[in-house]
Ligand binder design. Structure first.
Ligand code: PGA
Length: 243
């Protein structure tokens, strides 16, 4: 398992359901990896079918998955287990992304099970949490985040082996982000006021792009970013990796 505490910033590209053989060729031709500081952990999470192709082109970046099965093995048609991911060079895996929570009805318990299986397979889970706009409007953000964090963490989790990504749902793919002050305050709350995750690494996600990545990542309490749309553009993602 990688030693995440040795990285200064962690930058994750979440490709979601995007990519093709042609896309991959063009992407890695354009991606500039030479100016990345050695204490930056860059992770690309493509659809699993592109794992092998990506792995041969990643250089200093790491490979991550976007989800894994909550089952270890057995009669579960269509599923891919944590140990299968590990055998295919996967070092990180996003779990509990809001799209999975909403489109596929995943709950905190599912996420906790998945994260536990990932740890067993020596893969670092990136557990996503976030509030809706309605919850934000009625000042429930802190309460919702605390509940999601505490109930999604597997027993074996520690600040050495789990990363948490705060992604306000209303900021994902919308071009809207909380203010820098808000992002920093929420991260401070998560890191310092929730005893169970004191000292964990926390990423921000939701409409991160090459223009705002640097100021978000340089906030005192932010340990990196989780990037969706902008990570599909090699020139933008190259900029973000240098930010
Ligand atoms: P976005 O997506 O950067 O396109 O807002 C982030 C995410 O869903 O992880």
């Amino acid at each position: 398992m990688l030693k995440i505490k040795e990285f200064n910033k962690i930058i994750v590209a979440n490709w979601k359901l995007n990519g093709s053989n042609d896309f991959l060729e063009a992407y890695f031709d354009k991606l500039v990896l030479k100016d990345i500081d050695s204490d930056i952990c860059g992770i690309i999470c493509p659809p699993i079918t592109y794992f092998q192709k990506c792995h041969s082109k990643l250089h200093s970046l790491y490979l991550g998955a976007q989800d894994c099965s909550k089952f270890k093995d057995g009669a579960y048609t269509g599923e891919i287990s944590a140990s299968m991911l590990k055998e295919n060079n996967c070092e990180f895996c996003i779990v509990g992304h809001s799209e999975r929570r909403h489109e596929f009805n995943e709950n905190n318990e599912d996420i906790k099970i998945k994260a536990g299986l990932l740890l067993d397979a020596k893969i670092i889970p990136i557990i996503c949490i976030g509030e809706t706009l309605e919850q934000k409007k009625i000042n429930k953000t802190q309460e919702i985040l605390k509940e999601q964090v505490i109930n999604s963490l597997p027993q074996k989790s520690s600040k050495e082996n789990v990363i948490i990504a705060y992604e306000p749902i209303w900021a994902i793919g919308t071009g809207m982000t909380p203010s820098l002050q808000e992002i920093n305050n929420i991260h401070e709350y998560l890191k310092k006021d929730i005893e169970e995750v004191e000292g964990y690494k926390f990423l921000y996600g939701g409409s991160v792009n090459s223009e705002n990545a640097s100021e978000i990542m340089n906030l005192e309490n932010v340990d990196g970013v989780l990037v969706g749309g902008a990570s599909l553009k090699a020139d933008q993602f190259s900029e973000i990796l240098k930010a």
